[in-house]
Design a protein around this ligand. Sequence first.
Ligand code: DAH
Length: 338
Amino acid sequence: MREKLEALLEAAVSEIQKATSEDALQELRVKYLGKKGELTTIMKSIGALSPDDRPAMGQVVNSVRDRLEEQLQLNLGIVRESQKAARLREERIDITLPGRRRPMGSKHPVTLIIEEISEIFAGLGFQVAEGPEIELDYYNFEALNFPKDHPARDMQDTFFVDEKRLLRTHTSPVQIRTMLKHAPPVRIIAPGTVYRCDSDATHSPMFHQIEGLMVDKGITFGDLKGILTIFINQLFGSGTGVRLRPSFFPFTEPSAEVDIACVICKGKGCRVCKNSGWLEILGAGMVDPEVFRHVKYDSEAVSGFAFGMGIERIAMLKFGISDMRLLFENDIRFLSQF
Ligand code: DAH
């Protein structure tokens, strides 16, 4: 039996050493060490030996098994190494080449302005509110006191989805949604995307606005002017001239158009301000009692102001961009400058 084992060990080791693949080694493992393998079969026959011979033979079988196991592991390592070497020769990977860098992105100028303005108003105690871009006619117009035949509802300005729904033409409906959800006081800004059927060098069918709303006991037009002056001085630099002109919006009374001294010519007159020295940057006013009626606020108890501004125009002024379309053409050469 001992001789049989020695012969088996010798044959097995030589076969294992000749194997050139993982599969071949696996087959040899089965051949010798598997359930019906040659060594296993011999092991089973130990039971037939006399009790005196069994322990010694058992030891020999175990050492042969350990030897085979060792040899299998050793050759498995060798086979894997040479396969890897072959693969590397074939693929010709130059591991000394530097890796490919992903180009670093940057924030869009519109995003930069929204963040800057939001931060200024956060410092004044305003929270950020949001509303849907597909809006109900009711919130976009009706509750904001637009009469049924108001020209802004005309197909020319508004993208309608169906009879009751449209792409919001301004962020003002967020005023309504906020007041319906929260009792006064409220102090919010609402940045977001808005849509109008309009397109040229200074108009895009998709653009951005920031709405503002402050309602509390005893809010006056003086508060409106104070907040907007602080805001403008932080955004455009302290000492920037501010001018309010009477205007009209259905949802504010009185209403004003707010101008800043031209940031290009500092008020002297240039092409950008059309020689007026002033740039219109936002609309504002005291919330109309008719709007409060729609959201069930008591206009005898509270008052408030609202304002709204276009982000693209502010981005163009701050960054010196002459054509609004540049903001939406996704040209990396343009965008990477910010
Ligand atoms: N929603 C107006 C627009 O898109 C802008 C505006 C004007 C908003 C006056 C206001 C406001 O909140 O008080 O033209």
